[in-house]
Design a protein around this ligand. Structure first.
Ligand code: RB5
Length: 151
């Protein structure tokens, strides 16, 4: 089972809470690193908190072969600022997704370890589908592992 670390800025606060409720409803282990209200704040601060912990690979000790280790979800207004910031950290493969096909492919081919979403772009129904698919799609490995190692 994956431990999921989540954070947002003010632009992603509402969607972040919807994601937390959705994942807690599935019994998943999720930790919220803020922000905790809609007061204006800076997305790089929250990207750093989650990216450093995901890169560190903190594990909750339950390995099921699909969702092993730790993954992050970052939400801002567009999802773009969070993805730019998170991808500055070594070992992070943050994927900004606005559709379910990309969410699936970025797990299968890129072994994405942080999902970035934009509250002002993606409605919550679609966003929750993206989250579910991203969390439940395994990495294919093989030729894709070689390519990741080249990054
Ligand atoms: C905040 O207004 C907004 O710039 C931020 O949430 C994000 O969309 C940045 O990329």
């Amino acid at each position: 089972m994956t431990k999921i670390l989540i954070a947002s800025d003010h632009g992603g606060f509402k969607l972040k809470n919807e994601i937390i409720n959705h994942l807690k409803g599935q019994g998943l282990d999720i930790e919220d690193f803020g922000c905790y209200n809609t007061e204006s704040c800076d997305y790089p601060v929250y990207a750093k908190i989650v990216a450093e912990r995901v890169a560190g690979g903190v594990n909750n000790g339950v390995n099921d072969g699909v969702n092993d280790g730790v993954k992050g979800i970052l939400v801002c207004g567009t999802g773009i600022g969070m993805s730019i910031a998170a991808n500055r950290y070594k070992g992070i493969r943050a994927s900004h997704c606005t559709d379910t096909f990309s969410a699936r492919m970025t797990r299968m081919h890129n072994d994405s370890n942080i999902l970035c979403l934009g509250e002002r772009i993606t409605g919550s129904g679609l966003a929750l589908d993206i989250v579910d698919i991203w969390l439940n799609t395994p990495f294919e490995g093989g030729r894709h592992k070689k390519r990741i190692d080249m990054i």
